[in-house]
Design a protein around this ligand. Structure first.
Ligand SMILES: Cc1cc2nc3c(=O)[nH]c(=O)nc-3n(C[C@H](O)[C@H](O)[C@H](O)COP(=O)(O)O)c2cc1C
Length: 301
């Protein structure tokens, strides 16, 4: 019996360890066989190529990482033409494509274009980006817009639809419920938390654009609280991320209600972190003879 077996809605996973969008590329294949992962998640792609934000756009703090990469990516056409075929060639695990649009209609056009491509198992819809039709306010902060977006995308695909939530909202549970009611198969959380750093000697922002996204060990308790809150509010599965670097971290997220996890920033300082998580979980579940599915949401007080 595979004690690690899990699923994200309509997508079965051989094991629950995936990688967080934007923190992982196939170059990690020089450290281990990427096909040992439960799934691969691409960097978010946008309709047009993006050069990203000006540097400095990364800063390491005492317990985390500030980033303001600005969704640097080759754009959907080049992704489909060159990147996706390479992913298909290298990977036999499910490929989850993360994408983002600047309007509901752009999200829809991108999904239709991706749906015509073979070899994609699921979409992770990044809704932390600005909506040009709503004064540039992020899609993910408004339950009504999330509902409109998810209904629009649901109508166009039979593939697994994962909605990636931002923690930078007043009530993440209401956003999660809106996504569920509108047809999302599962939810991914959390994206980065707003953060900032200033050089105390000069008063200069450490990041050119000022406010950045914060990730890594510092945000684990925040991620855990959000996952727990969302798990209490919805029935659909959760792919959890936010400061996970060890198998014990992963276990905390399963207890809080996650069905699968993603390792993000940890891969930057320990390229083997996802595999160490996987091996640690495998040993733990074997030693205790508990299938992962029995742990999910089984937090006690
Ligand atoms: C350098 C960097 C780039 C990221 N790029 C993306 C991205 O393109 N799309 C996305 O949905 N999340 C992106 N994220 C957020 C991560 O996928 C993840 O949600 C977040 O970092 C929390 O997980 P972690 O603490 O394990 O890194 C990025 C994070 C970092 C650090």
């Amino acid at each position: 019996m595979n004690l690690l077996q899990t699923s994200l809605g309509r997508l079965p996973l051989f094991n629950p360890v995936t990688v967080a969008s934007g923190t992982f590329g196939t170059e990690y294949g020089s450290f281990y066989d990427l096909n040992r992962l439960g799934a691969y998640v691409s960097k978010t792609i946008t309709n047009d190529p993006k050069a990203g934000n000006p540097c400095p756009r990364l800063f390491e703090t005492e317990a985390g990482l500030l980033n303001s990469i600005g969704l640097q990516n080759p754009g959907i056409d080049l992704f489909i033409k060159e990147h996706l075929p390479l992913l298909r060639e290298k990977l036999s695990i499910p490929i989850i494509v993360s994408f983002s649009g600047s309007s509901v209609s752009e999200f829809r056009r991108m999904l239709i274009q991706l749906d015509n491509c073979v070899g994609i198992s699921a979409y992770e819809v990044n809704i932390s980006c600005p909506n040009v039709e709503n004064e540039g306010i992020a899609f993910g902060v408004d339950a009504g817009i999330v509902s409109e977006l998810v209904k629009t995308l649901r109508a166009e695909t039979e593939r697994e639809l994962i909605i990636k939530l931002s923690p930078n909202v007043t009530d993440i549970a209401s956003i999660a419920k809106s996504a569920e009611e509108s047809g999302a198969d599962s939810l991914a959380l959390i994206n980065t938390v707003f953060g900032m750093a200033i050089d105390p000697k000069t008063g200069k922002s450490r990041i050119k654009r000022g406010i950045a996204g914060y990730s890594g060990p510092a945000i684990k308790p925040i991620a855990l609280a959000n996952v727990y809150k969302v798990a209490q509010a919805v029935q659909i599965p959760i792919l959890a991320m936010g400061g996970i670097s060890t198998w014990q971290d992963a276990l905390e997220f399963f207890y809080a209600g996650a069905s699968a996890i993603a390792v993000g920033t940890a891969s930057f300082y320990d390229p083997l972190a996802p595999i160490r998580c996987l091996e640690g979980l495998e040993t733990y579940l074997k030693d205790t003879d508990i299938p992962l599915c029995d742990l999910i949401g089984s937090i006690s007080f």
